[in-house]
Design a binder for this molecule. Structure first.
Ligand code: TRP
Length: 349
C-alpha cells in the first residue's frame, strides 16, 4: 500500500482537489510564493503564475508570499532585496495577479507569522529536519555549511502556509517534502492543543517542465531563462545566441536535440500549437527560421504582460501601496491566528 506521504498518494489527492476546485472554489485557501532573488521568467509564468491567476479568477482565496527571509537560507547577503521585491510585485501584477483579490505580502513585515515558528519547531524532530532531501540539495548547491535557517526553512514555510490556514499549496515536486512537514506540524499541533489548523494539500500541476534555451530546466542560475521583463530586442538577442545543432532539418527530439526541442516547446507554449507540427512546418528552413519564429511568438505572447509592466515601472508609488496594503492585511490575519494559537496553548494572560 502506498503510504500517505508518497508521491502517488499526494498526486491522487491533488487530482481530486483539482477536480473539486471548479465546483467548490470557496472551500479553498491557496498559499504559495517565491523567493525574491531575481526577475520572474517564462518558466515561472507557465509553471505556476498562470495557475495562480486561474485560481484567483475561480474564486479561491488566494495568497502569495514574497519569501524574503528565504533569500538568506542559501546566500549570505540581502543585496538588491528591495529592488527584487518591488520588481516581483510588478511581475505579478503584469501577469494578472490582482491585488484586490489576491493577498501579496512579505515575510519580514509580518511578525506574528514568524512567531508561529516557535511552537512549530517544538513539534519537529532533528531527524525529520535532517532527512528533507530538498534541504540537503540546497545546502550542497550553496557550497555553505548547513545553517540553522536552511535546516528549518521548511518549518518556516509551514508558518507561511498555516498562518492564513492555507489548505492548498500549488508547488513543484521538489517542494513535496515541505508540504509533508507542514501536514505533520498541523496534525501534531491539533492533537496536542486542539483543532486550529487544516492539513494542507499540495496541488501538483500537469504543467510541463519549461525548458530553458539550452534544454535544461529554465533557471536564472543556468543563464537560459527568458525573463518576462526583457524588451523585444533583448529577447531576440537571447534567442539568437541559444545553442542548437548543425543538422538543418528541424525535428522535435528532446533526447538528442535539446536546444532545438527547447525552442520548439517555447514556441508551442506561446502559440498553443504542437511542437511536431511546428517542426514539420519549418523543416528544411533550418534553425535560423526556427529562431525567428520563436522570437516572434514569444514577443507576441508577452506583449500585453510587458506593456502592463512598463506602466508599473513608471509608478513605483502604486507598487509600494500594493505591498503596504498586503502587509497590513497579512498582519491582521496573522494576529488572529496567533491569538488562536495562544488560546489553544493556554498562553493567555
Ligand atoms: N520555497 C519556495 C520557492 O523556493 C517559496 C515559498 C516560500 C513557498 N514559502 C512558501 C512556496 C510557502 C509554497 C508555500 O520557490
Amino acid at each position: 500500500m502506498a503510504n500517505e506521504g508518497s508521491f502517488e498518494a499526494s498526486k491522487k489527492r491533488s487530482d481530486q482537489i483539482i477536480a473539486d476546485l471548479d465546483v467548490n472554489p470557496g472551500k479553498y485557501t491557496m498559499l504559495t510564493g517565491d523567493r525574491p532573488t531575481g526577475r520572474l521568467h517564462m518558466g515561472h509564468y507557465f509553471g505556476t503564475i498562470r495557475e495562480r491567476v486561474r485560481l484567483q479568477e475561480l474564486g479561491v482565496n488566494t495568497n502569495v508570499i514574497i519569501a524574503d527571509y528565504q533569500v538568506i537560507t542559501d546566500r549570505d547577503t540581502t543585496a538588491n532585496i528591495q529592488d527584487n521585491v518591488y520588481n516581483m510585485v510588478m511581475d505579478y501584477l503584469a501577469c494578472g495577479i490582482d491585488p484586490e483579490k489576491t493577498l501579496i505580502f512579505t515575510h519580514s513585515a509580518v511578525p506574528a507569522l514568524n512567531q508561529l515558528m516557535l511552537p512549530f519547531l517544538s513539534l519537529c524532530t532533528e531527524a525529520e529536519l535532517l532527512r528533507n532531501p530538498t534541504v540537503k540539495a540546497e545546502q550542497e548547491a550553496s557550497g555553505h555549511q548547513l545553517t540553522g535557517l536552511l535546516l528549518t526553512y521548511p518549518v518556516h514555510q509551514a508558518c507561511d502556509i498555516l498562518f492564513c490556514k492555507g489548505n492548498i499549496v500549488p508547488v513543484g515536486k521538489d517542494q513535496l517534502p515541505h508540504i509533508e512537514q507542514t501536514r505533520n506540524i498541523a496534525r501534531k499541533f491539533n492533537e496536542r492543543y486542539g483543532q486550529v489548523f487544516p492539513e494542507p494539500e499540495a496541488i501538483l500541476q500537469e504543467a510541463p517542465e519549461i525548458p530553458g534555451l539550452d534544454g535544461r530546466k529554465m533557471s536564472k542560475s543556468y543563464g537560459n531563462a527568458i525573463s518576462l521583463c526583457l524588451t523585444e530586442k533583448e529577447t531576440e538577442k537571447l534567442v539568437k545566441k541559444s545553442k542548437t545543432d548543425s543538422e538543418r532539418f528541424i525535428t522535435f527530439d528532446k533526447e538528442n536535440r535539446p536546444g532545438v526541442s527547447a525552442l520548439l516547446t517555447t514556441a508551442a507554449l506561446c502559440t498553443g500549437r504542437d511542437e511536431v507540427e511546428i517542426a514539420a512546418e519549418i523543416g528544411n528552413d533550418g534553425c535560423g527560421a526556427l529562431k525567428k519564429y520563436v522570437i516572434q511568438s514569444v514577443n507576441e505572447y508577452l506583449a500585453p504582460i510587458r506593456e502592463r509592466r512598463r506602466g508599473y515601472e513608471q509608478d513605483l508609488d502604486f507598487i509600494k501601496d500594493v505591498l503596504h496594503e498586503g502587509n497590513r492585511r497579512a498582519n491582521q490575519i496573522a494576529e488572529q491566528t496567533l491569538a488562536e494559537v495562544r488560546e489553544a496553548m493556554g498562553m493567555v494572560y
